[in-house]
Design a protein around this ligand. Structure first.
Ligand SMILES: Nc1ncnc2c1ncn2[C@@H]1O[C@H](COP(=O)(O)OP(=O)(O)OP(=O)(O)O)[C@@H](O)[C@H]1O
Length: 255
């Protein structure tokens, strides 16, 4: 059964900047713990601080918090992009990410070659690869462009290929950033349907979002990050009213 366990996780980034002298004067950031100095006097930004939670089958989680709260860092650490130095993460199950549509894309290869490459890296059979290629071709509407190098595509075409490929097979665990759902109106409509299919078929969902509507629609649990700390973990009905400071009925009310 898929699960994610996060224990005592802290993530910090070293700041390389000519103005670190000025940063050292920003005592409030040091007092709040957002910045700290290591033993080599290097300034570190504390992005996540002592995070603990477990996600199990059926958890559809909305990650919320102000800008800079640590949502993207947490998603990237759970997907293995960042390696934790303090604490650890254990992920059981197949994971798929909708974080960056171009992730893993080789721009020198054609769209079709990229599809075949991804399928072979994931160990899919010839038949599965053909089905995935068909589904991506249908979604992306790239036609003959699918046999041209990706570097010749417009950014919209790249988005359709990357998105179509990333959403071709529902994973056990789905991680996504809400800005994945940006693009022209026609694309969003098509993309939303495809994502909804993935969301419903995934066993664990984690979505970083600023939208209460998305949470009300897709999530049964909310993790609220605040300045790198996990401030609250509960159902949308419990967390959203505290986070937004208004009654839940008002938050989910349709105009
Ligand atoms: N590569 C990096 N180098 C230095 N600092 C970083 C890096 N990535 C993130 N940070 C810092 O870590 C903190 C958390 O950033 P993160 O992007 O995780 O926040 P977020 O909640 O996703 O914000 P947003 O809603 O604006 O996307 C911020 O203070 C940010 O400046």
């Amino acid at each position: 059964m898929p699960s994610i366990t996060v224990k005592n996780l802290s993530i910090s980034f070293p700041l390389y900047h000519e103005n670190t002298r000025n940063l050292r004067k920003m005592t409030h950031l040091f007092i709040s713990g957002r910045l700290r100095q290591d033993q080599h006097k290097k300034i570190l930004v504390q992005s996540l601080r002592d995070i603990n939670f477990t996600l199990r089958q059926g958890d559809k989680v909305g990650l919320i918090g102000q800008n800079g709260a640590g949502k993207t860092t947490l998603l990237r650490t759970m997907t293995g992009i960042y390696e934790p130095i303090v604490g650890h993460i254990r992920v059981e199950g197949t994971i798929s990410t909708l974080l960056d549509p171009n992730a893993g894309m080789n721009f020198g290869l054609t769209g079709r070659e990229n599809i075949n490459l991804k399928c072979s890296l994931n160990g899919y059979s010839k038949q599965q690869t053909l089905e995935i290629a068909e589904s991506v071709a249908e979604f992306s509407e790239l036609g003959t462009y699918l046999d041209l190098p990706v570097r010749t595509y417009s950014s919209g075409m790249q988005l359709r290929l990357g998105f179509g490929l990333a959403t071709a097979i529902p994973p056990q665990i789905l991680m996504m950033d809400e800005w994945f759902l940006t693009g022209d109106a026609g694309f969003i409509l098509k993309a939303t349907k495809r994502i909804e299919n993935m969301v419903h078929n995934s066993q664990i969902l984690v979505i970083s979002t600023h939208s209460a509507e998305t949470i009300a629609k897709w999530c049964n649990r909310v993790l609220w990050l605040d300045q790198g700390f996990l401030k609250m973990d509960g159902t949308p009905e419990e967390v959203l009213p505290v986070y937004l400071n208004k009654p839940y009925e008002e938050i989910v009310k349709k105009d």
